[in-house]
Write a protein that binds this ligand. Structure first.
Ligand SMILES: NC(=O)C1=CN([C@@H]2O[C@H](COP(=O)(O)OP(=O)(O)OC[C@H]3O[C@@H](n4cnc5c(N)ncnc54)[C@H](OP(=O)(O)O)[C@@H]3O)[C@@H](O)[C@H]2O)C=CC1
Ligand SMILES: N[C@@H](CC=O)C(=O)O
Length: 307
């Protein structure tokens, strides 16, 4: 499969590294960046700054979008789909706003939009949920969905770090969203919840309507510890009187509860379903390698589905 990539940062570089261990049948073409000078050490990578070299190249079957942001990512992805190219994306911010439109484009132009990497980092939640709803009915979803917030809260509560120290560690490790406070404000978790709600309930929930509690440096960690409780940023999707309700809260969990032990960059997702009761998935929620693994899950699925 001939593929190209938009973006070569934390995730893009990990996707490229993992490509070196991949089957020979995948051939990487151009990789789009803005500042090729920043990537001089990657001599084997064919870096370009003109997106049209990828979008208008009829040989490129699949485009991996790991540049992030709403614009121009939305325009590039749409243009690729309109030319019948499959798109694999990790861009939860965009999907939370445009998933139905982009899925319609993929359907119209007979190609695929894949987004396993957009929720839960390395946890295979998208494929799991898609399979599950074919038979079962989801009643609720709860989860720790932002690796950075969980890393920060863990470091503050267990390591005594300040919020700023903990956040800069998460940034150095490549967990945090670039140049913004999307993680601690709950926006990133909100984006992921909207994507999950879309798959589980086939309903589009405006991300602006997700209620959020922010993590700020006036958190009273001592008070939670005194009561043998742990602070966690948790996302919740529930249905009340037929209506979806999505929120991101700062929960004070008893230390004996399972999610209280989900530490660092780890994510935890609990599905409550009609047939299974409670089903949990837990694993690395952010970082280049984990996220790239999910991108490769999608690339392999695309390659298999073309046979
Ligand atoms: N980091 C993580 O753990 C995870 C990230 N994601 C998502 O993956 C995506 C990428 O994240 P990450 O790798 O961390 O981001 P980075 O900021 O590390 O990398 C972004 C890359 O995209 C390029 N880029 C950005 N804007 C443009 C543009 N307009 N034109 C061309 N190139 C552009 C940048 O190039 P240049 O340096 O030249 O500007 C850079 O190479 C985001 O959507 C993010 O939300 C999803 C799951 C986990
Ligand atoms: N910034 C995000 C990256 C993965 O989605 C996070 O910390 O969870």
């Amino acid at each position: 499969m001939k593929w190209a990539m938009l973006g070569f940062g934390t995730v893009g570089q990990a996707v490229w590294h993992q490509a070196q261990r991949q089957r020979k049948s995948f051939s990487l073409g151009h990789v789009l960046v803005r500042h090729p000078d920043h990537y001089r050490q990657f001599k084997q990578v064919d870096l370009v700054t003109d997106p049209q070299l990828i979008i208008e190249n009829p040989d490129v079957e699949t485009v991996v979008e790991v540049m992030g942001g709403l614009h121009p990512a939305a325009e590039y992805i749409s243009a690729c789909l309109q030319r019948g190219k499959n798109v694999v994306t990790a861009n939860k911010a965009l999907l939370a706003r445009q998933l139905p439109q982009l899925q319609r484009l993929a359907q119209t132009y007979h190609c695929h939009l894949c987004f396993e990497a957009s929720v839960g980092g390395g946890i295979p939640i998208i494929h799991t949920l898609r399979d599950l709803v074919r038979r079962d009915r989801v009643l609720a979803i709860d989860g720790i969905l932002n690796g950075t917030s969980n890393y920060v809260l863990t470091a503050m509560q267990q390591g005594g770090l300040s919020l700023q120290q903990a956040l800069s560690e998460a940034q150095q490790k490549g967990y945090a969203e670039r140049g913004s406070d999307l993680d601690l404000t709950g926006w990133d978790a909100a984006n992921k919840l909207v994507i999950l709600a879309n798959l589980a309930f086939h309903r589009f929930y405006p991300v602006e309507k997700v209620a959020r509690t922010e993590i700020t440096d006036d958190l009273d960690i001592g008070q939670a510890a005194e009561h043998n409780q742990v602070l966690k940023q948790v996302g919740h999707i529930a249905i009340a009187q037929g209506k979806l309700k999505i929120r991101v809260t700062l929960d004070q969990l008893p230390a004996s509860h399972l999610p209280a032990h989900v530490d660092g960059v780890t994510n935890w997702i609990q599905l409550t379903t009609e047939h299974l009761g409670k089903l949990s998935l837990m694993g690395p929620g952010a970082g280049g390698d984990a996220t790239a693994n999910s991108i490769w899950q999608d690339l392999l699925w695309l390659s298999d589905s073309q046979k």
